[in-house]
Design a protein around this ligand. Structure first.
Ligand code: PMV
Length: 340
């Protein structure tokens, strides 16, 4: 029934094998395979209600009207949901959308992943569609490829596109119970990043002389990450995850102009993680398109690792996350006055 307000929750995911580069920009198809861990402890809640009485979409993010580019991405997702086979079809009515994160937006903490996964689930329920998780993942992927992974919990893989085919979904590799790891997020700024991941990827592909090398090594790094996850081999996983992040950033740094997502604290944190490891602790870093550093460790060592990261100059705070669940619907409620 159209008019119902649906609310969903999703968690960010952090890629251990990075997605960086598109096979096709219009279809938003990844050029390399990626593998991520969905995190509990940080979340986006999104609510959607289609309402023909509105004159236009009303999109709020973190309690404020969305910027024009953010509202356009939300509208693109709503259009996809409306027009997809199994959706209502025809002209889409305007929608009221509220999305709220409990962690910094657009700072390399994959807020678009949790936001578009939550929005895909909420919008499809609000539109009265019943899609599988794979179909929801494919819808979310069209707006933000990493969002395809947040539809699922635990360890999740998103294959590379091999042809410009319309459908591509993430798939769960192992649930959150498979391996009780910890991911410590060392937050180094509250500012939004200056170059978003789509722009960064396009610039890298067009101008970085290292992009061909990245495309050549990424599938092998992904395979090493995948194997290590299945075997629960932290040393191999951590080393491959660091290799993935460093190769991605090296490629982006060599673009023109160079994409420098790091700040001083990012570099200090990488060095500190290597020192922790030299001292016998399990700690491995990864970095997305922003200056925060995410450190993989085990529950028994999380307090010691966190204490050391927290005092690195420039670290504002740390967040400890554990493997989390996939996106899910929280509520669907009819508009007052409507019969269910
Ligand atoms: O899905 P996007 O367009 O937000 O790109 C995500 C890119 C990285 O976070 C840097 C890597 C990844 O695989 O999540």
């Amino acid at each position: 029934m159209i008019g119902q307000r649906a609310e969903a929750i999703a968690h960010p995911n952090i890629a251990l094998a990075k997605y960086w580069g598109k096979l096709d920009e219009a279809q938003n198809l990844p050029a390399v395979p990626s593998l991520s861990l969905t995190l509990a402890g940080m979340s986006t809640r999104a609510a959607v209600q289609f309402d023909p009485a509105l004159s236009a979409d009303a999109v709020e993010i973190d309690g404020r009207p969305a910027t024009a580019p953010a509202a356009a991405r939300v509208a693109a997702l709503l259009d996809l949901v409306w027009q997809a086979p199994g959706g209502p079809g025809g002209a889409r009515p305007p929608a009221a959308v509220q999305s709220a994160n409990d962690f910094p937006t657009a700072a390399g903490l994959a807020s678009s992943a949790s936001a578009f996964a939550a929005l895909a689930v909420a919008a499809s329920a609000a539109a009265g569609a019943r899609w599988s998780e794979a179909e929801l993942s494919d819808l979310a992927r069209r707006i933000s490829a990493s969002a395809a992974r947040s539809v699922f919990g635990g360890f999740v893989e998103l294959p590379a596109a091999t042809a410009v085919a319309p459908a591509l979904s993430a798939r769960p590799l192992a649930g959150p119970e498979h391996w009780d790891l910890r991911m410590i997020v060392a937050v180094t700024t509250e500012e939004a990043k200056t170059v978003g991941s789509t722009q960064g990827m396009l610039r890298t592909a067009r101008t970085s002389p290292l992009y061909a090398g990245w495309l050549a090594v990424a599938p092998g790094i992904f395979a090493a990450v995948r194997e290590a996850v299945l075997r629960r081999d932290l040393e191999r996983l951590g080393e491959a995850a660091e290799r993935s992040a460093l190769a991605m950033h090296a490629t982006a740094l060599a673009a023109e102009p160079g994409l420098l997502y790091w700040n001083g604290a990012t570099v200090e944190l990488m060095a500190e993680v290597r020192r922790l490891r030299a001292g016998g602790l399990a700690a491995y870093f990864t970095i997305d398109a922003g200056p925060h550093v995410k450190v993989l460790t085990v529950p028994e060592e999380v307090d010691r690792v966190r204490d050391r990261l927290a005092v690195v100059p420039g670290v504002l705070r740390t967040i400890v996350a554990r493997p989390g669940a996939g996106a899910r619907l929280c509520s669907v409620a009819a508009q007052p006055g409507e019969s269910p």
